[in-house]
Design a protein around this ligand. Structure first.
Ligand SMILES: C[S@@+](CC[C@H](N)C(=O)[O-])C[C@H]1O[C@@H](n2cnc3c(N)ncnc32)[C@H](O)[C@@H]1O
Length: 365
């Protein structure tokens, strides 16, 4: 699948050959000018990602994967990691993060359920990191493994009142229902209207279009609360207050099970700027920040293990490439290009260990 490219051409943001990038006759000087300007103001990672995504012809899959995932020369790498400097990053991210959270979530998830079906696993439609036990396993196997891990941490029983924060297409709620047979005590929150419609018609479980960050929770009302791939959307300044609300919403002895990825090193790496192209209005926090906030809220951290997101991203990418025509028919070239770029950009992010997926259990004593 991989095809080697000339290093200087493939890996150098400053030397990206705009004239060789896919373009149509309407491709204009304006697009090139904007790319140069964006490089100066937002840095090379953002401007190149934006330039490539805005191509009016489908990006070449092999070139795209190679472009984003191969090692860069040291100078390019230095520029990519350090420009713009931190005080500029803060200024750029400020207005992006001030925008309405729901709008950013809807812009990512309310594209087309049929489009997501093209690359997510067939059995569950999980849009979060799977657990691969070997290279031979399929995405379906690995998502089943992940569901088993979450079930083991959650230990759901009939009669337990359980809430899923950011329930996606209802995958984990369905797994819990299969174990407990107790539909009435399960509830999921999402901000995506399309996910809500899907769960109502295809899964038949209780789900509500509710913002889990701002909603008021009834005190001591849940035995278990969990989230998979949703804490990534909670901005640093909202984490402590959310954890305090969840602590209060749990019954004594209750637990919060979370799977999410968080930053391992820097608080505001340059990669957070292109991240706004995919998740406008979301910003990651460091893992130590999450742990500290959990303890401040009163939780006891009883489990914290990491997982590798890269095989899941690669599997989604391959599924998308294999369904290129259908994807373009459903969502158009630009959204196809966006996801074709999103998966390798994220793959590199994990390869460089800028972030790591964690599974946590937080207990209310
Ligand atoms: C990456 S998806 C993960 C979905 C699902 N948990 C899974 O593992 O497949 C993130 C989910 O979080 C939801 N979400 C993000 N922020 C939210 C918020 N503030 N309130 C409710 N749902 C939110 C999105 O609508 C989406 O369903």
């Amino acid at each position: 699948m991989h095809q080697s490219l000339d290093q200087s051409q493939a890996n150098s943001p400053s030397s990206i050959n705009v004239s060789k990038a896919p373009h149509s006759s309407t491709h204009s000087l304006v697009r090139r000018f904007r790319t140069v300007l964006n490089t100066l103001t937002h840095g090379p990672l953002y401007s190149i990602a934006r330039h490539r995504i805005s191509s009016e012809v489908p990006l070449d899959p092999v070139e795209t994967w190679t472009f984003w995932t191969e090692r860069r020369n040291p100078i390019t790498e230095f520029v990519a990691r350090n420009y713009p400097p931190d005080f500029v990053r803060r200024r750029i991210l400020g207005p992006m993060l001030a925008q309405n959270h729901s709008v950013g979530i809807e812009s990512h998830y309310d594209i087309s359920n049929a489009f997501y079906k093209l690359f997510l696993d067939k059995e569950f439609m999980f849009y979060s990191c799977a657990h691969f036990l070997s290279e031979r396993e399929t995405l379906e196997d690995a998502q089943r493994n992940k569901a088993q891990l979450i079930l083991a941490l959650l230990n759901p029983k009939a009669g337990d009142k359980i809430l899923d924060l950011g329930c996606g297409w209802g995958s984990m709620l369905k797994c819990i229902y299969e174990v407990t047979g107790d539909r009435n005590n399960l509830l999921g929150y999402t901000l995506s209207k399309q996910q809500l419609a899907y769960i109502k018609s295809e899964v038949g479980l209780n789900v509500s279009l509710t913002n889990f960050i701002t909603v008021a929770y009834e005190e001591a009302s849940y035995d278990k609360i969990f989230s998979i791939g949703a804490m990534e959307h909670v901005r640093p300044n909202e984490i402590l207050s959310l954890l305090q609300k969840l602590y209060s919403a749990l019954k004594p002895g209750g637990k919060l099970v979370q799977q999410f990825f968080s930053l391992e090193k820097e608080k505001r790496p340059t990669s957070m700027i292109p991240g706004q192209l995919f998740f406008p209005g979301s910003l990651l926090s460091t893992h130590s920040f999450h742990l500290h906030a959990a303890e401040q809220a009163g939780f006891k951290i009883t489990h914290d293990l990491v997982d590798d997101y890269k095989p899941t991203l690669r599997a989604w990418y391959e599924n998308l490439v294999n369904n290129k025509e259908k994807a373009i028919d459903l969502v158009g070239v630009r959204i196809y290009n966006k996801y074709l770029s999103f998966f390798p950009i994220s793959w590199r992010f994990f390869k460089e260990e800028e972030a790591q997926v964690h599974r946590l259990v937080l207990e209310k004593p």
